[in-house]
Design a protein around this ligand. Sequence first.
Ligand SMILES: O=C(O)c1ccc[n+]([C@@H]2O[C@H](COP(=O)([O-])O)[C@@H](O)[C@H]2O)c1
Ligand SMILES: Cc1cc2nc[nH]c2cc1C
Length: 349
Amino acid sequence: MAALTLTDLFAVPALDRSLAPALQQALDGKAKPPGALGRIEELALTLGLIQRRLKPIMERPVLLVFAGDHGLTRSGVAAFPSGVTVAMVDALLTGKASANAFARVVGAEVRVIDAGVAADLSDRVGLIQAKVASGTQDASLEPAMTPAQAEAALLAGARVAQGAIADGADLIALGEMGIGNSASAALLMHRLASEPLDACVGQGAGHSAEGMARKRAVLAQAAARSDVTAPFEVLTQFGGYEIAMMAGALLAAARAGVPVLVDGFIGTAAVLLAVRLAPAARDYCLFAHASAEAGHRLMLDAMNARPLLELDMRLGEGTGALLAVPLVKAACALLSEVAELTDVLEAAW
Ligand SMILES: O=C(O)c1ccc[n+]([C@@H]2O[C@H](COP(=O)([O-])O)[C@@H](O)[C@H]2O)c1
Ligand SMILES: Cc1cc2nc[nH]c2cc1C
């Protein structure tokens, strides 16, 4: 098979809506008042359209956790040291992180990918090795990555999603781990959603008032360095590798007709990037939760997205996406398992 190119990856087909009337009729005919299952009915219709089936199936959800480091941390945008990225990759690989625990609860598989961690992880068992570089450059001083690195990261993310889908994944959940990536995501949001930088900056994994002031100042310096707004250029200027790979994974899943569960602030920034690169990708996304990170709501609004859950979470790793898996499964079960109202009434009378 010919190697995937960015042109292929950006050619996401528009969602085929031809089954919408039949799906709506099926939902209205179930043993319940029309519309009584609210947003689960909306979700069921979306899943039917994406899978092109009147009875969508959800048997093998797979969480992809992309990990990467950020040169911006050298300028003090994060409260935690970037070594925490490695420690959490090890926790994720050994089943000890929150995402692993939640994945066990909802019956999802977890795959962990080295997108650009600033440490040699070549000896880690079970880690998908896709490192483009050992962390991005410090985006407050220079471009986070080269165009060739951005392209490599988008394509590597696509290949990881294609691999999971080839193994039977029928739902891709996107997660990430990367100290400093809330800073990178804020810069992406600023440029891709055209929001003032201050509205895009939140506390990330945690910050004192002094830390927040430093984060804002460093990001203002980064934003002043380059005025790009075109999505690929915004990625090269502001990073990061795990964000690029999540965007690539979404585009590959959309092309394969596989729905994607979107997690928090950083995952949503990756989706915004993907949607600016290929607008049709938006219709393959299921937005799992509203993160407590300031700016997340506004970023969701930029894509007209209404998240399923609101739990005041701001962890990342895909934890919010995982908690929405049972809702997705329930939406499938509604279309495939619930009786027709006419059959139920006939049986009773
Ligand atoms: O998912 C979110 O909404 C979210 C919001 C804030 C922080 N995080 C996580 O915290 C890390 C980024 O925070 P920071 O302060 O290091 O930029 C990264 O590992 C993310 O997974 C995640
Ligand atoms: C401990 C820790 C765990 C995380 N998981 C995702 N982002 C994280 C950030 C930190 C700091």
